[in-house]
Write a protein that binds this ligand. Structure first.
Ligand SMILES: NC(=O)c1ccc[n+]([C@@H]2O[C@H](COP(=O)([O-])OP(=O)(O)OC[C@H]3O[C@@H](n4cnc5c(N)ncnc54)[C@H](O)[C@@H]3O)[C@@H](O)[C@H]2O)c1
Length: 333
């Protein structure tokens, strides 16, 4: 594949760092943007130029775009706390919809050819799974509303300004490099850190919520393959082929972390607006991108557990959400 000039936003984050490294490996000229609000310095190996910039500040973003003039942008930067977004709606909007607009306007001005945007399964809301790409956008939370607005804005702007796009709707991607310190999101990482800290596993509701988990190295090839010119103007679900309950996930994490399945669990009231069953169809990702689960979620959990145990127990990031409420889970207060 011919080398391209690519900017990856959120490149110090979990998925962004895997993607940036893979693009460097493929021989592309890669640049990154991150403000380290959710990512970590450990995820940046110094193998491309990283701009430490806050996407919520338009002037800073425009300067980078003017300098780099990327042909292609992988846009991953976001505060992706779906459940907590009801309690920090302004921040989630500044780091999602506002950040996207701060990025896309100068990008179009300086010659953008293709954007690969990371949306979310949250745009489907409470519809009946499996979610297929042709279902309407019906988000049930502020994060999903932001992602849906970004998706629709891309369709409109791509049509008017003639650039290509691929929108991914990943769901429950987990693995090595994911933050172990964020108590607001990523259930696999939260369970692992709670076990290492000898804290009980908190489970919202009865734990019978259904989700499908996918290990990062299984989906990574799909994220790179979409650079092919024949893959354009598509919206594609990416995620696990095996829906499981949160209770079952807890069993698997306990086993991988080397503790008994009887490890203490505390069942908390359901989180407001949490969707009971959420998983996607994977047919389109298989057909267009050859998605396959070579590692799978069970082996993925074992790999991540080995990595987490090497890192050891981590301090939870202290952060007060803007709109505390009785409806907030107690560990978020
Ligand atoms: N991991 C998943 O399962 C999953 C599922 C659905 C969608 N997504 C989407 O994929 C993307 C990446 O998710 P992730 O799990 O790797 O999250 P992550 O938190 O590990 O990475 C996001 C990165 O964006 C950076 N960032 C946030 N706000 C920023 C800002 N204002 N300016 C500059 N940088 C900023 C953070 O510092 C972080 O490094 C997100 O857009 C998320 O919504 C992820």
């Amino acid at each position: 594949m011919e080398s391209r000039k690519i900017l990856v936003t959120g490149s110090a984050g979990f998925m962004g760092s895997w993607i940036a490294d893979a693009l460097v490996e493929e021989g592309h000229e890669v640049y990154g943007i991150d403000n380290f609000s959710g990512g970590s310095a450990e995820n940046y190996k110094g193998n491309y130029r990283l701009f430490v910039v806050d996407l919520a500040i338009a002037k800073q973003v425009e300067k980078v775009i003017e300098k780099v003039r990327p042909e292609c942008i992988y846009h991953l930067a976001s505060c992706a706390r779906e459940g907590a977004s009801q309690f920090q709606p302004l921040y989630v909007t500044q780091t999602n919809y506002q950040a996207f607009m701060n990025l896309i306007e100068p990008a179009i001005k300086y010659g953008l050819e293709k954007i690969v945007a990371f949306s979310s399964m949250s745009i489907y809301g409470n519809q009946k799974p499996p979610f297929t790409e042709d279902m309407p956008r019906m988000p049930e939370d502020i994060y999903g509303v932001n992602k849906a607005a970004i998706e629709r804005s891309i369709e409109i702007l791509a049509d008017v300004h003639e650039f290509d796009y691929v929108i991914y709707r990943p769901h429950n991607v987990f693995g090595i490099r994911q933050s172990l310190t964020d108590k607001f999101r990523n259930v696999v990482a939260i369970f692992m850190n709670r076990i290492m800290r000898k804290e009980p596993l908190y489970i919202y509701g009865d734990g019978e919520q259904v989700r499908a988990f996918s290990y990062i190295e299984d989906s990574l090839p799909c994220y790179i393959r979409c650079l092919d010119d024949d893959i354009k103007n598509e919206i594609i679900n990416i995620g696990g082929m095996h829906p499981i309950t949160i209770n079952h996930l807890a069993d698997l994490v306990c086993e991988a972390m080397g503790v008994s399945k009887d490890y203490p669990r505390e069942y908390l009231p359901p989180r407001p607006l949490e969707v009971k069953e959420a998983w996607c169809s994977w047919e389109k990702s298989v057909k267009l991108l050859g998605y396959e689960e070579k590692i799978g979620y069970e082996e993925g959990i074992r790999r991540m557990a080995r990595w987490a145990k090497e890192k050891g127990p981590q301090q939870w990031t202290e952060e007060k959400l803007a709109l505390p409420s009785e409806k907030m889970p107690k560990i978020w207060k």
